[in-house]
Design a protein around this ligand. Structure first.
Ligand SMILES: [Zn+2]
Length: 505
């Protein structure tokens, strides 16, 4: 009788069982991956034949880009600072496709930081602009004569400075109008978030001084709309404080003048560009302001709503959440106005789990915020993740902003990857593209598509993100229909362009 050891029997059994179970395993693996892919944002989108063909072209280039980086991570751009690779983006075939794509709406952008530094620099060529340079702290003021406002050195006519210093003057002036610099260390990984924000707010304050002179306000806003329109954006919801505009002779306008003027410029832009659907305004106030100042702005927001109901969208508080007052601190005013004003609060733009900045997310949900700006920390709050899904609260995610303002260094680690995987109601936006030299939206779309979303995420994700931007806008049903019509007709043209591009790419 042949001797068969227990080990041999077990080995034989293992071989037989494995051979039988491997097909099941493979099937189970496919099913498991598919069930997860089905949850992803965009999985419900059904592509027609042309779109499927365009998707193949898009995915060919996306997979190529990712595979090359997967094998050579030392060349992978999205683990570097945005400034290190920003100028290389146009070389990407995926970007070239996304650039042509109609993107629907931008729902999270601060109006004073929409415009690129080059165009802002052009605005400094306007007559009567004076500058005060107090050891690198600049101030601007338009005036017929030397301005009376305080300047520790002397106000000097900018034109004279420019004539005196030649071309280099513009180069150095531009550095004050942007955070972007290839050599700049301020935004490097070693800098803390507060120092980055200090530089950001310095740029922001200087730009504000340039654009509160009424003739420049008009030019600035129209040019900002041109830049957004040229990036294939059909509608914008801007966030802005109610700034006091002035004239050359010193006349100062009341705070409601600015929204009236913005609306007029937006209407003129619409007339000049009939395929642009429009602009709405979310009134903001800095979160460091006193109770009284915030209460006044809430009341003024009510007045804007009454006077310009079709232009007014809602209210928000802005500024660095880590250092600013939390929503819970201003709760009495916010709770009182919650039935009059729709809220679009920034929330959780922080890495500090469990802090007041992080817990703004709870107050945003409880105060009925229609959308949440950034929602970066939301990933750490399972109950809030469920709440935003249930209540259909859109998350306005701004990836490039989060990199530049120091929240995340490698976009593969951005919580947006999970939000997309869970199919949460996400809209992509750009926050302050002018200040870091980004495209109004294309850079955020491209970096998200290749650097954040799954390698498997395809054209359906891009289409769903554009659809979401319209769905979660504050437009009424009738205007949403108009926007959808414009978007879909541009989408068809875009798909045809991709199909013809395949020959040239
Ligand atoms: Zn913002």
């Amino acid at each position: 009788m042949a001797f068969v050891s227990t080990t041999s029997v077990l080995f034989m059994l293992f071989i037989l069982t494995s051979a039988k179970s491997i097909p099941n395993y493979i099937e189970n693996r496919i099913n498991l991956i598919e069930s997860e892919v089905d949850m992803q944002l965009g999985s419900d989108v059904i592509l027609n034949d042309d779109e499927k063909q365009a998707n193949e072209i898009l995915m060919h280039w996306k997979q190529k880009e990712i595979e090359e980086s997967f094998r050579n991570p030392q060349h992978f751009n999205f683990s570097k600072h945005y400034f290190a690779y920003k100028n290389d983006i146009p070389k990407s075939k995926v970007y070239q496709i996304i650039k042509r794509m109609p993107k629907g709406a931008v729902l999270h952008v601060h109006s004073s930081l929409m415009l690129s530094a080059d165009r802002l620099l052009n605005l400094t060529y306007e007559e009567h602009l004076y500058m005060c340079n107090d050891d690198g702290d600049l101030q601007f003021r338009f005036s017929e004569d030397t301005p009376k406002s305080p300047c520790s050195i002397d106000w000097v006519l900018l034109k004279d400075l420019r004539n005196l210093n030649g071309a280099k003057f513009d180069e150095s002036l531009k550095e004050y109008l942007t955070l972007f610099s290839e050599s700049d260390s301020v935004c490097s990984k070693t800098n803390d978030i507060n120092s980055i924000w200090r530089k950001f707010e310095k740029v922001s304050n200087l730009v504000s001084q340039l654009i509160i002179y009424r003739p420049v306000t008009e030019k600035f806003f129209y040019e900002a709309l041109i830049e957004f329109y040229e990036d294939n954006i059909q509608y914008i919801e801007i966030r802005s404080g109610l700034k006091t505009l002035y004239e050359l002779n010193g006349t100062v306008h009341d705070k409601l003048y600015m929204p009236r003027l913005y609306r007029e410029v937006a209407e003129r832009f619409k007339r000049d560009h009939p395929d642009f659907v429009g602009v709405k305004l979310i009134v903001t106030r800095h979160r460091l302001k006193t109770d009284e100042e915030i209460r006044k702005t809430i009341n003024m927001a009510r007045q804007v709503k009454q006077e310009l109901p079709s232009f007014f969208a809602g209210f928000d508080l802005v500024g660095q959440e880590d250092l600013g007052r939390p929503l819970s601190d201003i709760l009495p005013f916010l709770a009182e106005a919650k039935n009059d004003l729709q809220y679009y609060f920034h929330g959780g733009e922080t890495n500090w789990y469990g802090t007041s900045a992080d817990e703004n997310l709870f107050d945003a949900v409880l105060l009925g915020s229609k959308r949440i700006g950034h929602a970066y920390g939301l990933i750490k709050h399972p109950s809030l993740l469920m709440a935003v899904k249930q209540k259909d609260i859109a998350l306005e995610v701004n990836v490039v902003s989060n990199v530049v303002l120091g929240l995340v260094h490698d976009v593969r680690n951005h919580p947006l990857a999970t939000y997309l995987a869970l199919g949460l109601p996400v809209v992509l936006s750009s926050d302050d593209p002018g200040v870091w030299g980004a495209d109004p939206l294309s850079h955020d779309f491209y970096i998200t598509f290749v650097g954040v979303a799954s390698k498997r995420a395809d054209l359906r994700l891009l289409k769903q993100l554009a659809i979401n931007s319209i769905k979660y806008s504050t437009l009424n049903i009738q205007h949403k229909e108009i926007l959808f019509r414009v978007f879909y007709s541009k989408w068809d043209v875009f798909i045809k362009q991709v199909l013809t591009m395949s020959a040239t790419l």
